[in-house]
Design a protein. Structure first.
Length: 318
């Protein structure tokens, strides 16, 4: 069997991620940081294998669909450096869009939720794949084929950016230059993304570049005063691997069934997670606005309290 340069590159990068994961595991146990548990790690591996199986099943269809659309390309970039730069940037933006849809449309959230279901955060969390994403991911990347990028190059670029995305799943604090943190996704940025704190919900969607989040209003820095709690706002009671994959579909089905009108049923499917026809549950943006209002109210209260305290001090000394 003949291996191409792309095969060797991807294999080397995956090998690098595995070695780093083993190193993080060692230091976690050596320093008793409890970043890993056996059950959670095995669930991550199970979900990764499940996604790989579906990926392999969809690989041929994905390749031929991209190749078919490539015939209708609107232009062709001849310069190899510009070609790969534009491909990586465009692919990363389309991933940001795919990822954002996964958070703001409940049907897609029902598939993406598996990746956020762990209450731990380590390099194996990056393997906790959105199992059914290979069934629809290709449709988000079709614009790349129309832009004149070949199927093989699109798939290679996706693998490279995915590997970078895996590397930021760590709780170890790594200090980067300010310019790097402004442009690229860092572990701190991605820790925010995996948090269940209200302030952090649906933030930092980027895979490689954090610029998309800064430009489109989904950026949130990690704050020392709001310590991250990993997992979902409501964790499933059954954390078995099968239920982790299907629990949100079950909840969505129940909500659709109880919806009083057809339009309400559609809204449960297409609206953001947390939407309800009777207001019994809230979407993240509403909860974040309530948090912001409460914090502003507390600031005003403390400001008035400080002014009154200063006036009392002046009165007593006058």
């Amino acid at each position: 069997m003949k291996y191409t340069g792309s095969d060797i590159s991807v294999g080397a990068l995956f090998g690098f991620v595995i070695v780093l994961t083993l190193v993080e595991m060692y230091f976690s146990y050596a320093h008793d940081r409890k970043l890993y548990t056996k059950r959670d790690t095995w669930t991550n591996i199970y979900l990764m294998v499940s996604a790989i199986v579906i990926n392999l099943g969809m690989k041929t269809a994905t390749f031929f669909l991209l190749e078919y659309c490539y015939q209708f390309r609107l232009f062709q970039i001849s310069n190899i450096w510009i070609y790969w730069t534009v491909l990586i940037l465009a692919q990363d933006f389309l991933y940001w869009f795919l990822h954002t849809v996964g958070h703001y449309v409940r049907f897609f959230w029902a598939m993406h939720v598996t990746h956020h279901s762990s209450e731990h955060f380590n390099l194996t969390t990056g393997f906790r794949s959105t199992v059914f994403e290979p069934l629809y991911r290709v449709f988000f990347y079709l614009p790349l084929a129309f832009m004149g990028f070949t199927a093989m190059d699109i798939l290679f670029a996706y693998l490279v950016t995915q590997i970078y995305g895996n590397l930021v799943h760590t709780q170890y604090n790594i200090k980067f230059p300010k310019w790097y943190e402004y442009v690229f996704v860092t572990p701190s940025h991605h820790r925010v993304h995996h948090a269940s704190n209200v302030r952090y919900l649906d933030k930092n969607m980027g895979m490689v570049l954090i610029l998309w989040d800064r430009w489109f209003g989904t950026f949130q820095a990690e704050l020392p005063e709001d310590v991250i709690k990993y997992g979902l706002t409501t964790q499933p009671k059954d954390t078995g691997p099968v239920n982790i994959i299907f629990h949100e579909f079950i909840a969505l089905k129940a909500d659709v069934k109880k919806a009083p009108t057809f339009m309400d049923k559609v809204k449960y499917i297409l609206n953001p997670p947390g939407w309800s026809h009777d207001g019994s549950t809230k979407i993240a943006k509403i909860m974040q606005q309530e948090l912001h209002d409460a914090e502003e109210k507390e600031k005003q209260y403390n400001k008035v309290k400080d002014i009154n305290g200063q006036q009392q001090t002046l009165s007593s000394t006058g």
